[in-house]
Design a protein around this ligand. Structure first.
Ligand code: FAD
Ligand code: NAP
Length: 334
């Protein structure tokens, strides 16, 4: 096992923050993982670094997950169970399933990061979340080294959350995830932009590949490429409020966009709230929000994690003062 001391993490987080790790280890199989966990130092599991913000140097051991492999567990006439190891690149795994015309995760095309991190926040986009197809996952308990299987139900998936982001935070290393994919895909083009894109191409009976291609195009034109402009996608979650409070806001701001979700709750796009506070495209020092989507905080060059954190707090304060709504962060801080 190769331990690198005082390793810069700049190339290992999509924000491009130049923090360093006291120790850095890459693991390519379970034995290497078990060896890497033998330390008294604090552990940080790292996938693609696309949902982390380093606000200081990490004083412990960073374990970078490169455990790869994809296999078919079993199949019948209608479905296939496919297992992907956690170090697989998520988008490459999606393309692997799309190219076999298997349905279920095509709407999650082009999300950065690894398979192993995807259950952490139940990644979601364009009306699909991994909870819709995840059958089970295997995770190694950091304290004991025991490997446990979690069914989807046991993962307590919620909106951008799971048991691994809450009660079991930092307790398990997700080794693999198994998905139940359909041989007779049901297309989900419920998000207007996806439907519009298919319509523009005169595609009336879309395949999973058509949907995946449409989403790749939409995302490529709307989101900043983190290789050029550092970011971690949506910095905040979309707030969910009760209908009564929503109607109060709507009285004052009739143009407020909203989406009804179960239990009489309303989801408001956080990007709109931030924009209304005048933050869209706003720059502060080395940071700012992206001009095409205010929900994305960007590194304009040499930002420190602390600078980004302070800017995010300014946004939170403004949204709270103007709308009485607390914006929760989606990104994980270290
Ligand atoms: P990392 O950033 O490396 O880690 C994130 C967290 O998970 C950390 O706390 C880490 O310790 C933990 N972790 C990582 N791997 C494991 C593991 N194997 N076991 C246990 N814990 C682990 N997210 C969405 O949900 N939907 C989107 O549409 C979306 N779009 C994005 C677009 C852009 C441009 C960017 C930059 C990000 C976007 N994200 C989106 C956020 C991000 O891509 C996802 O959350 C992704 O799953 C993070 O994967 P990662 O491997 O980079 O995780
Ligand atoms: P958008 O289309 O401009 O829409 C803004 C928000 O409205 C989205 O966040 C979405 O909520 C919600 N929304 C739009 N249409 C909806 C519908 N038909 N039903 C329910 N909710 C709807 O959003 P965008 O920024 O371009 O992102 C598009 C998709 O990619 C979204 O699903 C978004 O979550 C995802 N994305 C996520 C990240 C991340 O880092 N988490 C980054 C980029 C994009 P939801 O977010 O709940 O879907």
């Amino acid at each position: 096992m190769k331990i690198i001391d005082n390793k810069s993490l700049k190339e290992h987080n999509t924000f491009g923050i130049d923090a360093s790790a006291k120790e850095f280890v890459t693991v390519k199989n379970i034995d290497e993982l078990k060896e890497a966990l033998q330390t008294d130092l604090e552990i940080l599991i790292l996938g693609g670094g696309s949902n982390v913000l380093f606000t200081k140097d990490f004083p412990g051991r960073v374990i970078k997950n490169e455990i790869k492999g994809i296999s078919t567990v079993r199949e019948n006439d209608n479905n296939v169970l496919i297992k992907a190891m956690g170090g697989e690149v998520w988008h490459e795994f999606v393309l692997y399933t799309v190219n076999q015309n298997l349905g279920g995760i095509e709407n999650l095309s082009l999300i950065p990061g690894t398979v192993g991190a995807a259950p952490m926040q139940n990644i979601g986009a364009y009306g699909t979340e991994i909870k819709d197809t995840l059958e089970s996952l295997e995770a190694l308990e950091i304290e004991t080294g025991a490997i446990k299987k979690f069914t989807a139900n046991e993962c307590n998936f919620g909106y951008r959350s799971s048991i691994f982001k809450n009660e079991l935070k930092n307790k398990f290393f997700i080794i693999s995830a198994t998905f139940n994919l359909s041989k007779s895909p049901i297309i989900n083009a419920s998000y207007g932009k996806v439907a519009d894109s298919l319509h523009e191409k005169a595609i009336s009976n879309p395949t999973v590949k058509d949907v995946s291609d449409a989403i790749i195009n939409i995302r490529s034109s709307k989101l900043p490429d983190w290789r050029k402009i550092g970011n971690a996608g949506s910095f905040f979650k979309n707030p969910v409020i009760n209908k009564k409070y929503f109607l109060k806001i709507k009285q004052k701001y009739p143009d407020v966009p909203s989406f009804e979700i179960p239990e009489n709750q309303i989801k408001i796009p956080a990007g709109w709230l931030i924009e209304k506070c005048g933050f869209r495209g706003k720059t502060k020092g080395n940071t700012g929000t992206y001009e095409k989507q205010a929900l994305i905080i960007i590194n304009k060059g040499n930002a420190t994690g602390l600078e980004i954190l302070n800017f995010s707090k300014e946004i939170q304060r403004c949204v709270k003062n103007k709308f009485g709504i607390k914006l929760d962060t989606e990104v994980n801080f270290y």
